[in-house]
Design a protein around this ligand. Structure first.
Ligand SMILES: [Zn+2]
Length: 326
């Protein structure tokens, strides 16, 4: 399609600008999606204020307008001649399947090109924006190697932690959830987790009194204290799965990990895990996982800079309107 579109352009530290650019052109194996909704991920915030490890890998000047954001839903407006199974008018979730750690996903724009997407006609677009984080949670749970009846600690009940907590409880794993926010702990408790406040200096002691065999700790908080607690909480032969690490250096308690023969895993998301994307989309389409109550704020994409400047740490998810809603 020819013409112009609006896009949010991350020009540097804490600096999104709205610009007008040419519409993207599709290749024969691609579709053009008119984006309707997009979530602001913790990684988008982290890259905006330069505390994410991605900032060490990518330079601002490499990014074009619209080339951030990865949690979008939209409607197909043009279909390449070699594309099968997708037609004009389909509502779709755009997948970010990339082998090369290419972050140029181009979702913070009115229109976006896609090589691969999942149709989700009739589903609530707000809900389908959570497909990416649910996929990430599924990938990390897979690496925790848990079975029904096992006990896991989920540290940090931000969006990912709350999704991991729910999915583990659905899989009959006993979950101990920690966070510094009572609001988030209340959500986790509502899903069936036992909850502990991470500011309690006796938290580790209390959890160890409750659970003698913790097979996995899934770290979703991004805090150094949580990593240290994870090393102490884990039982022999268990695994720590790190998903909350946004920084470039993390310190582990070697003694604790060594005497326990522990494994530490850093699963990389998205790289050709289409199965997890399909599972995530289906869980959301069937309403088998609660996400709607995590939306604390809605705004327009034009206001992305304002939203990031005024971001409240108690917010769990912000959804931006990009185009016409359905
Ligand atoms: Zn994300």
């Amino acid at each position: 399609m020819k013409g112009k579109m609006k896009a949010a352009w991350l020009r540097g530290l804490r600096n999104f600008q709205i610009v007008e650019v040419d519409m993207p052109r599709i290749k024969s194996n691609q579709v053009l999606v008119k984006v309707s909704k997009i979530g602001i991920c913790g990684s988008d915030r982290g890259m905006w204020d330069e505390h994410h490890f991605f900032n060490e890998l990518y330079k601002w000047e490499d990014f074009e307008p619209g080339e951030h954001g990865h949690e979008s839903v939209g409607r197909v407006v043009e279909v390449g001649k070699d594309v099968k199974g997708i037609k004009e008018g389909d509502q779709v979730v755009r997948l970010n399947l990339y082998d090369s750690m290419d972050l140029k996903m181009a979702n913070f724009a009115e229109y976006a090109v896609s090589d691969c997407c999942i149709p989700c006609n009739g589903a609530n677009p707000d809900v389908m924006c959570f497909t990416d984080p649910v996929m990430v949670a599924l990938n990390h749970i897979h690496h925790a190697n848990l079975s029904p009846g096992d006990t896991a600690v989920v540290m940090g009940q931000g969006l990912l932690g709350l999704i991991v907590t729910q999915l583990l409880i659905h899989n009959h794993v006993d979950v101990i959830a920690t966070d510094v926010s009572q609001k988030r702990l209340n959500f986790a408790q509502g899903f069936g987790a036992k909850v502990y406040h991470a500011n309690d200096p006796d938290m580790v002691k209390k959890i160890k009194e409750l659970a003698t065999n913790i097979q996995a700790v899934i770290e979703c908080s991004g805090s150094d204290e949580a990593i240290d607690s994870a090393c102490h909480l884990l039982s022999r032969g268990g695994s720590i799965v790190v998903m909350g690490a946004t920084r470039t250096r993390i310190t582990f308690n070697y003694t604790q990990l060594r005497i326990k023969g522990a494994s530490v895993k850093f699963p990389m998301n998205r790289v050709n895990h289409k199965d997890n994307w399909l599972t995530a989309a289906r869980l959301l389409m069937r309403g088998e996982i609660e996400v709607k109550s995590f939306i604390d704020k809605r705004d327009k994409i034009e206001n992305i800079q304002w939203v990031l400047e005024h971001y409240d740490d108690e917010w769990i998810r912000v959804i931006l309107d990009v185009g016409d809603s359905y």
